[in-house]
Design a protein around this ligand. Structure first.
Ligand SMILES: *[C@@H]1O[C@H](CO)[C@@H](O)[C@H](O)[C@H]1NC(C)=O
Ligand SMILES: *[C@@H]1O[C@H](CO)[C@@H](O)[C@H](O)[C@H]1NC(C)=O
Length: 178
């Protein structure tokens, strides 16, 4: 009898039945849904999904930790609408309004200083995708420095290179304004 108990004990030590650690299923996100992609065991991931034009904040996924808790977030999860980030800048001109963040649908107007010519859209609007409707305008004194000499072939270094050198890299070289 003692031997029998001993065998059971040894088996228990060699083959421990560990209670599986699971993270809570009681997780929610305002205006969105929670998906447990890999169950709720340690190391598994939950994903927040949001309606169109929204993103999960402050994070879009969390990991189940060894302590049985989902990775911490600094504020309750919520689906928030995309926004466009600012500031929108315009050399040699004014941007109105000047904000750090623009909500979807907000329009920004551009105005060049006297003596500067306006290239690009007169205004841009923050789209529901969080992108601007067009690249920001450019105010310049000379068409040449901006659009390159007529002799420069398309795809050559004149326009694109000149723009990037003078204006920084934020403006896509679409060639639409030349
Ligand atoms: C999320 O769950 C908590 C409790 O777990 C509850 O207090 C809160 O109201 C819930 N929020 C939403 C948006 O369902
Ligand atoms: C923005 O520019 C367009 C022309 O591209 C114009 O029709 C529209 O009225 C302008 N909107 C605002 C708010 O200035």
């Amino acid at each position: 009898m003692l031997v029998f108990k001993l065998i059971i004990l040894i088996q228990a030590v060699l083959n421990p039945v560990v209670a599986e650690v699971l993270c809570s299923k009681d997780v929610n996100i305002t205006k969105g849904q929670v998906e447990f992609l890999e169950g709720r065991g340690v190391g598994s991931v939950l994903q927040y999904t949001c309606p169109n034009h929204h993103r999960a904040s402050p994070v879009s996924w969390r990991v189940c930790g060894a302590d049985g808790k989902w990775s911490p977030i600094r504020q309750p999860a919520a689906c928030v609408m995309y926004h466009c980030s600012g500031p929108v800048t315009l050399e040699n001109g004014w941007v109105s309004p000047r904000l750090a963040v623009y909500s979807v649908g907000k329009t920004v107007e551009f105005q060049c200083r006297p003596g500067y010519t306006h290239y690009g859209a007169p205004n841009i609007t923050c789209l529901p995708t969080g992108k601007w409707s067009a690249p920001p305008a450019v105010c310049d004194t000379e068409v040449k420095s901006f659009c390159g000499d007529p002799g420069v072939p398309a795809g050559g270094s004149g326009w694109d290179g000149g723009l990037r050198r003078e204006r920084g890299s934020g403006i896509p070289a679409t060639g639409a304004w030349c």
